[in-house]
Design a protein. Structure first.
Length: 503
C-alpha cells in the first residue's frame, strides 16, 4: 500500500470517528445534565478577557480559580476589600460545586474583612454579605451539601449570637430589625404566614420566603421539635438551617457522611443551649429602643433531650457532651428557681442528682465534688459563691440589696415571676447567713429583710437619683402605691411690676 492511499484511508477514518463522536457527544451531554454532572457554567458579569479565557480553557477553569484566589488574598492584605469581593464572586462562579470555596469566602467576609472596619454598620454589611453568599448563592448551587448549612447556621450562632465580636449587640439588633419586618414587633405567629388572611400577612410571608429563603411550614415543624423559639433572634435561624441540613441529608442518605450529621446535630443543640440562656425578648423599662434578652425556660426539656441524644450518637465525644449536659442542668435548676418556678426547679434538681449521682453539685466554697445540698442551699450558692460564716456581713448585705434591686426592676418590666424569684433568693441568703453566724458572739446581726426592702425601694423611687419617672410610675402601680406627688412649681424670679401712681 503506497503512502498516498494510506494517508487517504487514515483521513477518512478520522472523519468517520469525528462524525460518530459528534452524535455520541450530544447523548453524553444530555445524560450529564440529567444526572447533574455538568459543572461548566457561563461566567456572567466578568471582563471579556476572563470570560473568553474560561471558555477557551474549559477544564482548566480550576487553574484560573486558583490564580484568582491568590490574587484575592493579595488584595485583602492590601485592604482592597471591594476588589477582593469581586474576585471572590468570580471564584465561586468558576467553581460553583466546590463547597469549600463558598464556605471560605463567606467566612472571610463575615470574620476577616468585617473586623477591618471600626464602624459597626460597616462590619454588619460584611457579616450580612457572608450570610447572603451562602444562603442566596451557595445553597441553590449545592442544595444537598451539609457543610454549607452548617456554615450558614454557624454565622447566626457564633458571629451574630455569641459575644466574641464587640459589635455583637449591634448585629443582634440589626437582625431583630430584619425579622421584625416579617413578624412585626410581637411574638412571631407562624400560622398567619402559612395561611395568610390579609394582604399584609401575604406580603410578609412572601418576604420571608423570597428574601430570607425560609419556609414557614418547615419553621413550624422546627418550632414544634426544638422550640418554642423566638424567631426574631439569631439562635432560631441557626437551629432552622441545621434542621434543614438534616432534612436534606435524610433525602439523600447515600451522599452524606456520619461526621456531617454529627456536625449539624451539634449546631442544633448548641444553639438550643444559647436559646435557653437568652432566647427570649423582654421589654427594657429604661430604653424601649434597645432589646433585652432573657432565658427561654420553656425549652429546657427539649435541650436536655438533645444533649442526651447527641451523647448516644457521638460515642467519641460522649464524655464531653455529658459534661456539658450536667452544666446545663445546673443552670436550668438555678434559672427556674430564680424565676420562682419552684416545682419545676425541684423536679430538675432531683433529675440532676439521679443522672449524675457522684457529681451532683459543685461546692462553690471548696470548688470540689461532691457536696449534697438542698434546692434552697444550691440556689443561694449559685447566687453568691461562698455564702458562709467566712463571708463578711457587708458582702452579704450587698448581695441581698442587689437581689432586691433586680426584683423591683423586673417587676417594673413586667417579669413578675422573676421578680418573685429574686425576692425569694434574697430571703434565703439572709436566712442562711443568719443560721451560719448564729453561734458567733461577735457577729453583727443583719437588719430585718423588710427594712432592707424599704431602703432599696426608697432609693429606687427617689425622684432625684432613682429610676426614670415612667418606670417609677409603673413600679408604684405594681406595688399598689399612690402616684408620685407632682414637684412644686419653681418660684418666679421676675419681680411684680411696680404700680405707677397717676399725677
Amino acid at each position: 500500500m503506497n503512502s498516498r492511499l494510506k494517508k487517504a484511508m487514515l483521513l477518512l477514518l478520522a472523519c468517520a470517528l469525528l462524525t460518530v463522536t459528534y452524535f455520541i457527544q450530544e447523548s453524553m451531554n444530555h445524560d450529564r445534565d440529567s444526572l447533574g454532572l455538568t459543572r461548566i457554567q457561563p461566567l456572567e458579569n466578568a471582563p471579556p478577557a476572563l470570560a473568553f479565557t474560561t471558555i477557551a480553557l474549559g477544564g482548566f477553569r480550576g487553574l484560573i480559580s486558583n490564580i484568582l484566589w491568590i490574587r484575592a488574598n493579595d488584595l485583602q492584605d492590601q485592604d482592597k476589600f471591594f476588589e477582593m469581593a469581586q474576585l471572590a464572586d468570580w471564584i465561586t462562579k468558576l467553581e460553583p460545586h466546590f463547597v469549600l470555596v463558598w464556605a471560605n469566602q463567606a467566612w472571610n467576609m463575615a470574620y476577616n474583612i468585617s473586623v477591618k472596619f471600626k464602624d459597626y454598620s460597616d462590619r454588619w454589611r460584611w457579616v450580612e454579605a457572608g450570610i447572603e453568599l451562602l444562603r442566596d448563592q451557595g445553597l441553590p448551587e449545592n442544595p444537598n451539601e451539609p457543610l454549607l448549612y452548617r456554615e450558614l447556621g454557624w454565622l447566626f450562632q457564633n458571629k451574630i449570637g455569641a459575644n466574641l465580636d464587640d459589635g455583637n449587640m449591634y448585629y443582634k439588633q440589626q437582625w431583630l430589625n430584619e425579622m421584625s419586618k416579617v413578624f412585626g414587633k410581637k411574638t412571631p405567629n407562624l400560622d398567619e404566614l402559612i395561611h395568610p388572611q390579609t394582604q399584609d400577612q401575604t406580603n410578609r410571608a412572601r418576604l420571608l420566603e423570597d428574601h430570607y429563603k425560609m419556609d414557614p411550614v418547615f419553621m413550624k415543624k422546627v418550632d414544634e421539635q426544638y422550640g418554642p423559639l423566638e424567631w426574631r433572634l439569631p439562635e432560631a435561624s441557626a437551629v432552622y438551617w441545621g434542621a434543614m441540613g438534616l432534612k436534606k441529608a435524610e433525602e439523600n442518605p447515600t451522599k452524606i457522611k456520619t461526621i456531617d450529621l454529627l456536625t449539624l446535630r451539634r449546631l442544633i443543640y448548641q444553639s438550643m443551649m444559647v436559646s435557653f440562656q437568652r432566647g427570649r425578648l423582654i421589654p427594657n423599662p429604661f430604653n424601649k429602643a434597645i432589646a433585652e434578652f432573657g432565658p427561654n425556660l420553656d425549652i429546657i426539656p427539649k435541650v436536655s433531650y438533645a444533649y442526651e441524644e447527641a451523647a448516644k450518637e457521638d460515642p467519641p465525644d460522649r464524655d464531653h457532651i455529658l459534661s456539658a449536659h450536667r452544666n446545663f442542668l445546673r443552670d436550668a435548676v438555678y434559672f427556674l428557681y430564680e424565676h420562682n418556678r419552684i416545682p419545676e426547679a425541684s423536679r430538675w434538681f432531683n433529675y440532676l442528682a439521679e443522672k449524675y449521682p457522684n457529681k451532683t453539685l459543685l461546692d462553690f466554697t471548696t470548688n470540689s465534688f461532691p457536696r449534697n445540698l438542698t434546692l434552697d442551699e444550691y440556689a443561694v450558692d449559685r447566687t453568691q459563691e461562698d455564702v458562709s460564716d467566712a463571708m463578711s456581713r457587708d458582702r452579704v448585705k450587698s448581695v441581698i440589696e442587689g437581689l432586691l434591686i433586680n426584683a423591683y426592676t423586673c417587676l417594673a418590666g413586667g417579669q413578675d415571676e422573676r421578680a418573685a424569684g429574686f425576692k425569694l433568693l434574697a430571703n434565703k441568703v439572709q436566712k442562711l447567713y443568719s443560721s451560719n453566724t448564729a453561734p458567733r458572739k461577735d457577729a453583727i446581726p443583719m437588719p430585718p429583710i423588710e427594712q432592707t426592702q424599704r431602703d432599696v425601694l426608697k432609693g429606687l423611687l427617689d425622684p432625684g437619683h432613682g429610676l426614670p419617672p415612667e418606670v417609677r410610675a409603673v413600679l408604684r402601680s405594681k406595688l399598689g402605691m399612690a402616684a408620685e406627688a407632682e414637684p412644686p412649681a419653681p418660684a418666679s424670679t421676675n419681680a411684680p411690676p411696680e404700680s405707677v401712681s397717676s399725677r
